[in-house]
Design a protein around this ligand. Structure first.
Ligand SMILES: Nc1ncnc2c1ncn2[C@@H]1O[C@H](COP(=O)(O)OP(=O)(O)OP(=O)(O)O)[C@@H](O)[C@H]1O
Length: 586
């Protein structure tokens, strides 16, 4: 991010970075409701010795099957005259404790083995994987019921066993995250500076798994409550201890005498499970967006986009008549918090004529790619086009989404930076090229193939029929770039946007690709925007150059004049540093 990027601030701006996960959780209405409900449930249990109207098994023979809201029994009483509210309160602690037991055991076992397996792999991973598969293949509920014959009515033992049965879900989750993290360069860097494995796991790896583990825990806690209530409902709990599932079981067998008896335990169990599951969903949203929580409020986003659209329809800026592409006042920004936007392109104008190759140069982060992506309509989803117009032969592409969509691939072609990552490894070159061409031209498969073979030959691919049958990994980077150039020109576009098209190629291939681009531009009268850091490429290929800095064009000239007589200090520095790099390389 460039330091000079400006902000559109409002008084209500809240710096996103300072907002903790808990604060974001509490400002989310769903998160807030779930947390408050769960806290109330905990208080309901913890305060039972103080607030419960009766002892857990205290019977009042005058209140047998009392209806809800009867005197002294807010939720009614069961067939033994025991107060249902008191029973639920006394039964809460046991239920919550069982759920916590499941969590502690499953997290300890699953996370630890997942971390070690993912980080060290080898024999430990093989053994842990085997045990995990074994445990996962066991039918949990049947096993827990069978356990009753060994341990008797002891739900805590059953919950501890359930914790072991659930541990594999953590194991698999953590292992897969660690497998991704352990190959990251920052882990290699930590090893190189001499950090011990314990410190790397404790500091870097554990940090990466914390979000999925926290999210998973919410669901496991819900499952713990459901299983415990289920076992107690089946009569496998301790009959002396009140429990949510036990109360439900009692009420169920007495349902014809007191039909409201089942309502309260069922509600409490269902709402607690629901709150935990919904909290898990909120946690996922909050934690997964915590690293880049820069979402703009929806209303603010809409207001900014509508404002830009209104300005577009009311004003019609003077545009060049001879230019094929005429960009006027283009302004692009990114959210930087709920009310703030960081502008990265500041009202830029740019004209490109037919047959002209226009270079966009500037330091990293100066906004070159944003210009290119705006022209193609492929800015990231979160980007905001805050103003301006992009005219292609007089038609404003930003005023009409459909016009932009129709232009892309047909009138505007794109040559990307990384040829290999822009080809799908699952399909052959031919399948991808034919699919792309037939998406923009109404022609048969056979015609598409014939046209593509001709263009592949033109872009220097020998034996194109054979290459069409190959997969991307079977061709070189230079060939892949030629294939992408073929794809870009196949739709007969008027304009090509090329984003660093030679950066990923070696020097000899670079020269050939540059030569090819120049020839294609001349042959087809193509206008071209070439985004590059490389001033050598600009000198070789471009007719005109625009120098960008901090989202603005600071100097524009034809290529000879810009190189021989740069006007702006920034351009002079850019040219100077480019020459120094060339000298060093030489
Ligand atoms: N998805 C994004 N979210 C937030 N800011 C972004 C995003 N993409 C780009 N930017 C910001 O936009 C600014 C311009 O980026 P851009 O990619 O256009 O630079 P560039 O000149 O093409 O740089 P480079 O040559 O390194 O690709 C930078 O400050 C960058 O941080």
């Amino acid at each position: 991010m460039s330091a000079d990027a400006t902000m559109i601030d409002t008084a209500a701006a809240v710096p996103a970075k300072g907002r903790s996960v808990l604060r974001r959780l509490l400002t989310n209405p769903q998160g807030m409701i779930c947390i408050v409900f769960l806290l109330l449930v905990i208080l309901f249990g913890v305060l039972s010795p103080l607030l419960a109207p009766y002892q857990p098994n205290q019977a009042d023979l005058n209140a047998v099957n009392a209806a809800p809201f009867s005197e002294g029994h807010l939720l009614g009483a069961d067939r033994a005259g025991r107060d249902i509210l008191s029973q639920l309160m006394w039964g809460t602690n046991g239920t919550l404790l069982g759920s916590v037991l499941v969590l502690v055991i499953s997290v300890l076992l699953g996370v630890t083995t997942g971390l070690l397996s993912g980080f060290y792999r080898g024999r430990f991973e093989a053994v842990a994987g085997f045990i995990t598969d074994l445990i996962m293949s066991l039918p949990s509920i049947v096993l827990l019921i069978a356990l009753f014959t060994l341990t008797g009515p002891n739900v805590m033992v059953a919950m501890a066993v359930f914790g072991v049965l659930v541990a594999p879900t953590y194991y698999r989750l953590v292992r897969s995250v660690v497998l991704g993290v352990r190959t990251e360069l920052y882990i290699d860097a930590a090893k190189v500076v001499g950090l011990s494995d314990q410190r790397i796991i404790g500091r870097h790896v554990l940090w990466a798994v914390r979000a999925p583990v926290v999210i998973q825990s919410s669901f496991v806690a819900a499952a713990g409550i459901a299983i415990q209530a289920g076992l107690e409902f089946l009569g496998l709990g301790d009959p002396e201890q009140p429990s949510w599932g036990g109360i439900l079981d009692n009420a169920n067998s007495n349902i014809y005498n007191n039909r409201f008896g089942v309502l309260w335990p069922a509600l409490l169990i269902s709402l607690t499970i629901l709150a935990l599951v919904l909290l898990g969903n909120v946690l996922r949203d909050v934690l997964q967006s915590s690293a880049h929580n820069k979402t703009l409020k929806r209303s603010r986003r809409r207001a900014l986009l509508n404002g830009a659209q209104a300005a577009r329809t009311t004003s019609s800026p003077a545009k060049s008549e001879e230019a094929l592409l005429s960009i006027r006042g283009l302004k692009v920004g990114y959210p930087d918090g709920p009310d703030r936007v960081r502008t990265v392109v500041h009202g830029v104008d740019l004209d490109v004529r037919r047959g002209e190759i226009h270079g966009l140069v500037g330091e990293s982060g100066s906004g070159k790619s944003q210009m290119a992506f705006s022209t193609l309509g492929i800015l990231p989803k979160e980007a905001l086009v805050l103003g301006g117009s992009i005219y292609l032969e007089g038609e404003d592409l930003l005023a009409d989404d459909k016009a932009l969509k129709n232009a892309r691939g047909r009138r505007i072609g794109y040559i990307p930076q990384e040829p290999m990552s822009n080809l799908d490894p699952s399909f052959t070159i031919g399948a991808q090229l034919v699919y792309g061409l037939r998406a923009v031209k109404k022609i048969s498969d056979k015609q598409a193939k014939a046209q593509l073979i001709a263009i592949l030959t033109r872009v220097g691919i020998r034996n194109p029929e054979n290459v069409m049958r190959l997969y991307p990994h079977e061709i070189s980077g230079g060939m892949a770039q030629r294939v992408l150039i073929c794809g870009a020109v196949a739709g007969d576009p008027d304009l090509i946007v090329a984003d660093e098209p030679t950066t990923a190629l070696d020097v000899t291939v670079q020269a050939e690709v540059l030569e090819l681009l120049r020839e294609l531009s001349t042959e087809r009268g193509l206008a071209m925007i070439l985004v590059t850091h490389n001033l050598g490429v600009v000198a070789d290929l471009c007719d005109t150059v625009s120098v960008m800095k901090n989202g603005r064009i600071v100097e524009r000239n034809d290529v000879e004049s810009l190189f021989s007589d740069p006007k702006q200090d920034y351009t002079k520095v850019l040219l100077e540093s480019s020459r120094s790099v060339e000298l060093m390389e030489a």
